[in-house]
Write a protein that binds this ligand. Structure first.
Ligand code: THU
Length: 133
């Protein structure tokens, strides 16, 4: 699957966003080594802090099916914002543990596009090695 195809999957996932509060819609798609694609969308809540971001939803879905960082090949994150949405701080912490540092992350809003990865997005990561002694 190409980068553009994975981004198209993320735009389809974005249609399932549940965002009655922010009205900001985000979609994500994880591509695994065997070609399976997992969708995620942002799911908000009246207790705002309980909201789940699209990229965490997608990566959690892949992990829930047994995939791990070694079998995740790429992540696409798209939004309907004027600027491309880079993952929030909570997502950066989560994705830094659940994706390899060099796994490509494609960001798009349909106009602008960029490719990044977790090494770039979260320097000086707090990791499992810090906790488990
Ligand atoms: N959001 C995401 O789903 N991913 C991001 O990378 C940025 C923020 C969601 C959370 C909330 O539902 C809405 O966007 C506005 O913050």
């Amino acid at each position: 699957m190409t980068k553009e195809e994975l981004i198209a999957e993320a735009f389809k996932a974005m249609e399932n966003a549940y965002a009655p509060y922010s009205k900001y819609h985000v979609g994500a798609a994880v591509l695994t080594a065997d070609g399976t694609v997992f969708w995620g969308a942002n799911i908000e809540n009246a207790s705002y802090g309980a909201t789940n971001c699209a990229e965490r939803s997608a990566v959690f879905a892949a992990y829930s099916r047994g995939y791990r960082k070694d079998t995740i090949e790429a992540l696409a994150i798209v939004s309907d914002g004027e600027r491309i949405a880079a993952p929030c701080g909570i997502c950066r912490q989560v994705l830094s543990e659940l994706l390899k540092g060099d796994t490509p992350i494609y960001l798009s809003n349909g106009y602008d596009e960029m490719t990044t990865n977790m090494t770039e997005l979260l320097p000086m990561q707090f990791t499992m090695e810090d906790v488990i002694r």
